[in-house]
Every structure is written in C-alpha cells, then in structure tokens.
Design a protein around this ligand. Sequence first.
Ligand code: ZN
Length: 271
Amino acid sequence: MPELPEVETVRRVLSNNILNLKIIDIDVRYPNIIEDDIDYFKNNIINKRIKSIDRLGKFLIFNLDDGAFISHLRMEGKYYYLEKGSIDNKHIHVVFHFDNGYSLYYQDVRKFGRMIYKNSDEIYETKPLKDVGIDPILNKKIDYRNIYDKIVLRSVSIKTTLLDQSIICGLGNIYVDEVLFLSKINPHRLSHDIKYDEVVNIVDNTVKVLSKAIEYKGTTIKSYTSSLNVYGEYQQFLNVHTKTICPVCHSPLLKDKINGRSTYYCKNCEV
Ligand SMILES: [Zn+2]
C-alpha cells in the first residue's frame, strides 16, 4: 500500500505535468472505482482545468476551476501520464483525456482505489476528508495533548491505533514500524498505556521519518511511483521493517502479525 511519502511523491510529479490542462473527456471502464453516479462525476469534471493538487494523509485532491475530485490509491493504484492511446491493459480503469493530446491513466490491479467529485464547499466538510486525522507534514503546530487524549482512549495496540488514519494520518505499515522503533515502543503495547512523553516522541519521529522519506521519494519495496518514472530510495534508511538484526543492540528482530500486517521490532530496544 502506498503510504504518505509515496502519495506525496505522486502529487509532486503530477503537479509538474498536468496543472492547467483542461480535461476534455473521461473514460470509466470499471464503474466501482467512482463513488458517484458516473454521469455526475463526468459532468462535473469535463471541461474543467486542474488548477492544483493537494494531499491530505493518503488522499490526493485534484482541485479544478470549481470543485475537486479526490482520489485514494488504496492497495495498488497508480497513475500514468502519457500520450493518448500509448498504453492499454485490463487494469486501467479510468482515463482522463486532456486538451494537449495526453491522458492521465488510472491503473489498479486490485481495484480497491476510489475517486469522488466534491463541490468546493464540500471538500473538507464531508466524507472522506472530514474523518481524516492530523496530517503531521501539513500541520506545523501540532497539538500533542489532543493527540495523547485520543490515543489513550483506545484499547487496541499502539500500532493498530497509528494505522487507523483518524488520529494521525499518513502512517502505513512500513513507517509505523520505523516510528515505533525510533520511539522505543513495542508495537504490541496497548494504546491506553502509552505515556504523554511517548506520544510526543511518536509524533516527532513521525514527522522525522515521513519528511526524510518524502525527501527520498518514498520506499521502493513494491513500487507505486515507477509508473511516473520515480524510484524511491528511502529503503536504505529502514532500521527494522524487512530487516533481521537490530541496528542498535544487534539482537535478532522479531517478525509477527498485528491486524494481519507484518510487524518488525526489537524486543530489547522497544519496550
Ligand atoms: Zn535492539
């Protein structure tokens, strides 16, 4: 699943390519990707220009002259920006055609990705964006106390709480393992046992890990940005995820499952 740094990389690359292009047609080949009525989606987007692209957590927001469409890549979604007709396969489900002879292709092998159109006044006031938690990269003034108060209400593991996007958004499986390692917190610890100082560490390490991962264009374990000819290089900085030996105490790392997600941690360093 692409995480915040990979989605931010997609946002930056597309922003360099498609701003101010007018969408002149849309092909929808697999209707379930679109959460709206297909005609409503098309009628609100065709003949508009993409003015800017924003991101909140793992959502991409394509702002139009008026309104926006929101896209979530989920497990396997990818965009290609290519000349019209230069790519075709059964996994391409939505195609936006521009007035310059190029098209934006949305490919999704697993078909879990979703798109929805919103009027300008609905973008942040309605689902899905209204339920998204604090984006630690966009939010310069982070209210640690507020995050702590929400985390300690949960009775599930801290890893599960951080993967749920409603308190802090943008952390996925890879970066949660890295953040908890740097914060010296065992991923199985229950959220209501986490101390205030530990929450401060988690948030600060989240900003640190995600900022550096954005700088290195994400992690290419499975590549989500290769369709845009971008290859992430953050994997060289991973401490625990997919690793076998702790870089600090040199004992073997443990690998188990939390909510079905592979979890790597050091039982000596993370308590
Ligand atoms: Zn260790």
